[in-house]
Design a protein around this ligand. Structure first.
Ligand SMILES: [Fe+2]
Ligand SMILES: [Fe+2]
Length: 193
């Protein structure tokens, strides 16, 4: 097994999530007019994906496994970790709020578009900033301060709990449809549309 594999998994998952966010931004920029049915279907699928994988798998790995070890071995990271933990606490609600705003736009019509767009921009910005903070501060600190035992424990736990969108872990039959729907409709960098 690759050493410090958990760091690779975190970076891979960040890359997948960033690609998803960029792809969604592109869709929102293009707007819903050309093919509303397809626009709302893929946007719903993408927000649902974020709720199911990054929110349920990625953040808990960081909050429960990585951050406590980094806080112990590199106490100077406490401030950054506090801020990241606050983001984690709010991000599940943020994606569900966004999904609701999208449904309002879809069901009620154009009068509800601005509310979605106004929430979506800052959501993407803060998510990218969150990952940037992790990659520039917390991951390097982890790399410098964690022990062999820390890495062994992290690598084992991370390996059993990874996001299939990185392409290295099969999503399982229940999610295959979701992924193929996203990939077939979404624009680059996620999909072919
Ligand atoms: Fe995070
Ligand atoms: Fe992260």
């Amino acid at each position: 097994m690759m050493k410090k594999r958990s760091l690779h998994i975190i970076r891979d998952e960040h890359a997948s999530l960033a690609a998803m966010l960029r792809s969604m931004s592109l869709l929102v920029e293009r707007g819903s007019d050309k093919d509303p049915r397809q626009f709302f279907e893929v946007m719903r699928a993408m927000l649902f994906y974020i709720d199911e994988f990054p929110e349920q798998l990625h953040h808990p790995k960081e909050s429960n496994l990585l951050f406590p070890r980094v806080a112990k071995r590199a106490p100077e990271m406490m401030g950054a970790i506090d801020r990241l933990e606050r983001d984690h606490m709010h991000s599940e609600k943020a994606v569900r709020d966004l999904l609701h705003l999208l449904l309002a736009w879809e069901q009620v019509g154009a009068s509800r578009k601005a509310a979605f767009v106004d929430a979506f921009g800052p959501y993407v910005e803060s998510y990218l900033e969150h990952m940037r903070l992790e990659e520039t501060l917390v991951l390097p600190a982890a790399e410098a301060a964690l022990s062999e035992e820390d890495w062994a424990a992290l690598d084992l736990a991370f390996d059993q709990n990874a996001d299939p969108l990185t392409g290295k872990y099969p999503p399982g039959p229940a999610f295959e449809k979701l992924f193929s729907r996203i990939v077939s409709i979404a624009p680059s960098p996620i999909g072919l549309g």
